[in-house]
Write a protein that binds this ligand. Sequence first.
Ligand code: UCC
Ligand code: FAD
Length: 606
Amino acid sequence: SAVEKVKSSRSQNDRLFVQAQPAITNPYDQDTYLQRYLKRTLPVEVFVEVSKDLSEFGRRAGGELVHLHRQCELEPPYLRKYDPWGNRVDEIVTSPAWKRMHDIAAEEGLVAIAYERKYGQWSRIYQVAKNYIFASTSGMYSCPLAMTDGAAKIIESTKKTTDDAVHLDLAFSHLTSRDPQQFWTSGQWMTERRGGSDVANGTETTAVPLGPSVDCDRSAVDHPYRTHQLFGNKWFSSATDSNMTFTLAREEDADGCVTKGTKGLSLFYLETRGHDNLLNGIEIRTLKNKLGTRQLPTAELSLQGTFARLIGQPGRGVPTISKMLTVTRLHNAISAVSYMRRILTLARDYASKRIAFGTLLKDHPLHMRTLATLELETRGAMLMLFEVARLLGLEETGKADSRELQALRVLTPLLKLYTAKQAVWVVSEGLECFGGQGFIEDTGIPNILRDAQVLPIWEGTTNVLALDVIRALTPDLPDGVVNVLGSKKNEHGSYNDPFDLVAASPLAWTNLATKLNLLKLIDWQKNAPHPDMLTTSARDFAYTLGLHYIGVLLLEAANNGMAKETDTFAASEWINRGMSILKNPPSYSDADNQANTSLVMEGYTD
Ligand code: UCC
Ligand code: FAD
């Protein structure tokens, strides 16, 4: 009968194969490479304490956070412009999970750790490690945390040079609080309609001084410490539900005139809402409809007399906000490496559960070779991330010498540009390791690819950061390269010559090739036939430098007392695969540039 047929098909269904799903239980306990790095870098007593906390947080990240992360994706924010009575409210409505992430971030000290400095110079490494565990399961809350950390950095740094931060002590204590009720997040509003890379020409927002009577008005109830009112539009502003922000604007003089270019840009602090909880002269025009980062509210804003306070020297807005950029770019890399590690942890678990052609995926050498390539990339990126964190920790505790400060300046944009691009590639390849399942929305895997795609764009695109690497290295570019590549002190407190490090390596057979490429890189820049070449070649240069730098870090990891065979293999593989994009460098001549333009523009009509 029909009923029996239905019953029989149901029981057949019950017997259908169901694939065991890949899972992450504790992203710290499962990350032996991170543990090994921390063990060899941190003093023993620091490692023991930090490792305990990371393991406990890892348990949370493998449990409670997994669900919150998914909920943030499924319940994206929306803009409620009016209340039912027709009052304009411009309220960004966020998921309860997003709010919970705020509280967890405070409780876990994800920003605070860096500023409490319980472990001195090692605190940054600890904080970066914790955020690295968090980022890929944070429902994109890593973004407001990055800006919050950057804002705290601005306040702390300005404090050293001016009295501005006296006014900002309260904000600093909110940004670095562990109490969810007290914890504030910050935005970073730089991009305007005309451009986000070229901030100097893109910024049209003006700042009108309030005049001496209210200037520095500490008693103002709603918007304390205001000095100016801002008028303009901000085209991309992420995490617009934040409590405060730093932003750029041009100060008007008594005649209402402004200075064009970089020198006309000043930095301003503002609180988004007053004590009455009303927006501070801000209209939230719309929320962006984005390819990824959908959990994150990114708004177009109109500033209509927003009260703000000038921070730092007038006309020094870009250099002052660059303190924030150093930190947010580091966080970009935290997310990049975190996404890479996540997809690989899942992929290797899947390879141990999925059978194809009669064997587990992990028993197909070709599949393992594919995963090994991704693993190598992830390890290299992780070492670079933590090296920049280490340098930042030295800078923040006054222990960095000039060479280490230069390395921090150069490596920050290099780290950001390299890891962001590699993350998109690793996550895309990693997604394929799940076959068709990798393409299925509710596995949570496509979400990682979507979110990774933003990493090369915001906080400076790849080209813009490659130019920043050059800017940070000039005028002594060749010396700078050697200084940066050898910026790590050995156990005797003197610097490792990068050539010596290579020479000391047990991987003797790779020495020559490595050294040759390094020399070629330096010579090539030294003998640049024309100045434009430096900019046209900036991206190739930055990549080659990045590949060399990671090579040095992998060699160091392989030459360490705690090194395993896998470390030696990783270093040799890295070097074998070729450390240089410049094996046959193009000339970057005008003719070359013209040929590129013709290739791109062939058939194009305006
Ligand atoms: O995208 C954004 C937020 C996204 C959400 C948060 C995500 C966080 C990660 C989370 C992961 C989940 S906020 C928007 C970010 N926008 C950018 O990054 C801008 C990209 N463009 C650049 O970086 C450009 O290179 C500019 C804007 C810095 C170039 O500016 P200008 O106006 O052309 O300025 P100049 O002439 O190049 O530099 C002016 C001064 C110079 O110093 P002086 O005057 O002393 O010679 C430079 O040396 O600023 C100095 N300077 C720097 N100093 C410029 N860049 C830096 C730097 N990076 N560090 C130190
Ligand atoms: P453009 O500068 O127009 O760049 C277009 C292309 O030109 C890029 O490929 C770039 O590499 C290339 N290019 C530009 N200049 C050069 C050059 N000199 N040489 C060679 N190539 C060049 N901004 C904020 O201020 N705050 C935020 O909170 C914020 N949130 C964002 C959230 C999201 C999801 C996104 C996507 C963006 C956000 N942004 C934010 C904006 C972001 O920082 C900018 O989009 C980014 O800096 C690039 O600027 P642009 O869009 O104007 O691109």
